[in-house]
Design a binder for this molecule. Structure first.
Ligand code: FAD
Length: 354
């Protein structure tokens, strides 16, 4: 019988599990039920009381709960996190290890798998199978879906964020019963890395928001000559930033638009660009394939290499002046043939009024 272990960690607040961890819990619970396998959940955190409280929401699952806690686990660090994960895997003799693909675990999962003589698959989007375990992942920029089975154990499955709903307790979430958690001792190697702090960009400067319900995509049309024969790049920048502020949307871009920035740095076309866009915003074949419930494309033609990045966006709308654009050919659910400058100004007015 498989012994399934889900690896989780406490979030920054210390009071609950990180969202990606709760998503992995859902995947592990579903798999254990289907296979009739034993399920264990390992929690990593700094304070044992916090870890027990965070684990309280898992008590009703009926899984074996284990924890590694201590001040040293407050911060992500390869040596301490890898040792903690290894100890949890050994404690339950795990044969399948479900791991959330978060920055903290993605860094150590392959190393832990190697230490245990196991094997790892990454970017798992679904876990299926009733007789055995079958996992799915996408290849070739999300064009080919593969279903993988393996005999090697332990098998580590790094599950992509957003592919499973976060596990929700039916217990009172405000005061979860502190769970009976087994503490697992970890033999730590000498620590060479000291975490002195975290530097991150200012919150209001971030345009990529993976948790947002809406993806707003800006295309190259925003910086092209408009009906008056002029370009209005600074108006475009203001409209887009106001919309992001008002709606909380995440900002994506077409390749043509982000390339303009590197062209001005490199070849020097002296073109006005949107200063807050980088290649990290690019959606498509050579860009990102984000997961948001809704998407709104503006001033973008909707060519295949761009739209391939919209694979996981369920509801799609586009605003374009071109009635023959790619979006019109079945790539959007709704296409507004309209001037995006006017539409966005109107929408920002409505958002400000709310
Ligand atoms: C190998 C390869 C990989 C690629 N990878 C990617 C990728 O990952 N991502 C990507 O995006 N592209 C990619 N491309 C490029 C892609 O094919 C397109 O060239 C690019 O997406 C076009 O960007 P765009 O639609 O913003 O610009 P354009 O094609 O210039 O379209 C601008 C649109 O804006 C509209 N418009 C202008 N003004 C307004 C207005 N006021 N209101 C409303 N609409 C307006 C115009 O009608 C036009 O339809 C790739 C290409 C190749 C060959």
């Amino acid at each position: 019988m498989e012994s399934i272990l889900v690896l989780t960690h406490v979030d920054d607040s210390g009071a609950s599990l990180a969202k990606t961890s709760l998503e992995a819990v859902t995947a592990g619970v579903d798999l254990a039920k289907r296979l009739g396998a034993t399920l264990s959940i390992g929690v990593i955190g700094s304070n044992p009381t916090d870890v027990a409280r965070a684990s309280g929401t898992l008590a009703q699952i009926g899984a074996r709960l284990l924890a590694v806690s201590g001040e040293i686990f407050a911060q992500a660090r390869y040596s301490s996190d890898a040792a903690a994960c290894e100890a949890l895997c050994r404690a339950v003799q795990a044969s399948i290890v479900v791991v959330p693909d978060c920055a903290r675990f993605a860094r150590v999962a392959a190393g832990v798998s190697f230490r245990l003589g196991g094997i790892i698959d990454t970017h798992i989007s679904a876990i299926g199978g009733t007789e055995g375990v079958e996992v799915s992942r996408w290849f070739y920029r999300q064009r080919i879906e593969a279903v993988i089975t393996r005999d090697t154990r332990p098998w580590f499955l790094l599950v992509d964020p957003g592919t499973h709903p976060a596990y929700e307790s039916v217990l009172e979430s405000a005061d979860p019963t502190p769970a009976n958690v087994e503490q697992v001792a970890v033999e730590l190697p000498a620590q060479r890395t000291t975490v002195t702090g975290i530097r991150s960009p200012a919150q209001n400067g971030e345009t990529i928001r993976p948790e947002a319900k809406l993806l707003f995509v800006a295309g190259a049309g925003w910086t092209k000559k408009q009906s008056d024969g002029q370009i209005h790049t600074s108006d475009a920048a203001q409209l887009i930033l106001d919309f992001l502020r008002g709606s909380g949307a995440s900002l994506g871009s077409s390749k043509s638009l982000v390339d303009q920035r590197s062209e001005t740095h490199g070849v020097g076309e002296n073109q006005q660009v949107l200063p807050f866009l980088t290649h990290l915003n690019q959606i498509g074949q050579t860009g990102a394939t984000p997961r948001h419930r809704k998407g709104l494309s503006t001033c973008c033609y909707g060519e295949e290499p761009h739209v391939v990045g919209w694979r996981f966006i369920s509801e799609r709308r586009a605003i374009s002046l071109d009635p023959n654009c790619g979006w019109a050919r079945g790539k959007a659910d709704v296409l507004y043939i309209a001037d995006a400058f006017q539409v966005l100004a109107e929408m920002n007015g409505l958002l400000n009024r709310e």
